[in-house]
Design a binder for this molecule. Structure first.
Ligand code: PLP
Length: 363
């Protein structure tokens, strides 16, 4: 039977095998495993790509969020607002900094609701983390306006939005800082864990760089107690090779999304809402369906791999058990979410097959 893959990293590697192998051999040959030219090369390229001034590579995206929050010097114990529908890392970064997580709702396009954000702000709120979920930028002009009015810092969780744009500005460049993940399955993924903080504030960037490298000034001299979370040489090399293809892959993702949006019109599936003036990068193509689990089973039988992002909204997880979020759109609809195969590995014909199968499911 035919198989439609959710993700195909080995296939992606095969298409750039020669170039990638050469790069990796070069790095191993030079023993450039930690620090040095390769992370620096990638950081410069990624700062430019994100339209910021500085990029600090980290060990993963969760640490990038944590280090960026640390760099903002928020008052101890103050409140940081995050949307209810996100990956747990957004919340962990808050808790690890001794700050308090406050959830707000998301809009029907799954990004943070400005109205809900404003409703949970207290005198103790110090920061908001909009998440550019599924690859669509959050409603940034509204969020920046609210942040400005209440004196909040803004950290963009850009783990799913490499290259996404809001009114021509790249995600990660609009708030005080942006945090990216290069987890292998992300639109720009390493061959292991990786992450980065980007910002236009070069002073903050150098403090963060010191923080993620033991607070050191030189090898065994330390200004303060930091931690160890660096982007290593091999991962940086992989990312430098892949970054050149990112825009082409974003184009391919948009073509696949176009096919889904077109062919799934008029079915029982609730389609993703694309806001005006954005460059969506379609990290995930998420539909909603009342009989989500049965549909998912049906697609599996048709050889189509799917995912769920995320099956239980964060406020409902045992890790948080946050009260007062029961009525959130995010908390009511999590059982309907279904992520379809998405990526540059898909052919137009495969996307049509996926759409046809959803139609034939009684749509
Ligand atoms: C992947 C992801 C992260 C965390 O990145 P890791 O590299 O896995 O630590 C944070 N936030 C969101 C929204 C993500 O999707």
């Amino acid at each position: 039977m035919r198989q439609v893959k959710f993700l195909d990293l080995p296939g992606q590697y095969r298409k750039m095998k020669h170039e990638m192998d050469q790069k990796l051999h070069e790095i191993i040959d030079k023993g450039a495993f930690v620090g040095g030219a390769y992370p620096a090369e990638f950081e410069a390229a990624f700062a430019e790509y994100t339209m910021t001034k500085a990029c600090v590579g980290t060990g993963n995206g969760t640490d990038a969020l944590e280090a960026a929050l640390w760099g903002m010097n928020l008052p101890e114990g103050s409140e940081v607002v995050i949307p209810a529908n996100t990956f747990i890392a957004t919340a962990e970064a808050v808790v690890r900094n001794g700050l308090k997580v406050v959830f707000c709702d998301c809009l029907e396009d799954y990004t943070i609701s400005p109205e809900s954000l404003e409703s949970v702000i207290t005198p103790n709120t110090s920061c908001v983390i909009p998440v550019h979920l599924y690859g669509q930028p959050a409603w940034m002009d509204k969020i920046m306006e609210i942040a400005c009015k209440h004196g909040l810092k803004v950290l963009e969780d850009s783990a799913q939005s490499h290259g996404a744009e809001y009114n021509g500005e790249r995600t990660g460049s609009m708030g005080d800082a942006g945090a990216f993940s290069f987890y292998p399955g992300k639109n720009l993924g390493a061959y292991g864990d990786g992450g980065a903080v980007v910002t236009k504030d070069e002073d903050m960037a150098s403090r963060i760089r010191q923080y993620i490298d033991h607070g050191r000034t030189s090898k065994f001299y330390h200004d303060f107690q930091g931690r160890n979370s660096r982007l290593d040489g091999l991962q940086a090399g992989v990312l430098s090779v892949k970054l050149k293809y990112l825009d082409e892959w974003i184009g391919a993702r948009n073509r696949i999304a176009g096919i889904y949006l077109d062919k799934l019109k008029g079915t029982d599936a609730v389609l993703p809402v694309v806001r005006e003036g954005v460059r969506h990068v379609w990290h995930l193509f998420v539909i909603r369906h009342e009989r989500r689990d049965v549909l998912r089973e049906y697609l599996t039988e048709k050889g189509i791999q799917t995912g769920i992002h995320y099956p239980v909204a964060l406020p409902k997880q045992p890790a948080f058990k946050a009260d007062g979020c029961e009525d959130f759109f995010a908390c009511r609809t999590d059982k309907e979410l279904l992520s379809l195969p998405m990526g540059e590995h898909l052919t137009a014909e495969e996307a049509e097959y996926v759409a046809d199968c959803i139609k034939s499911f009684g749509g």
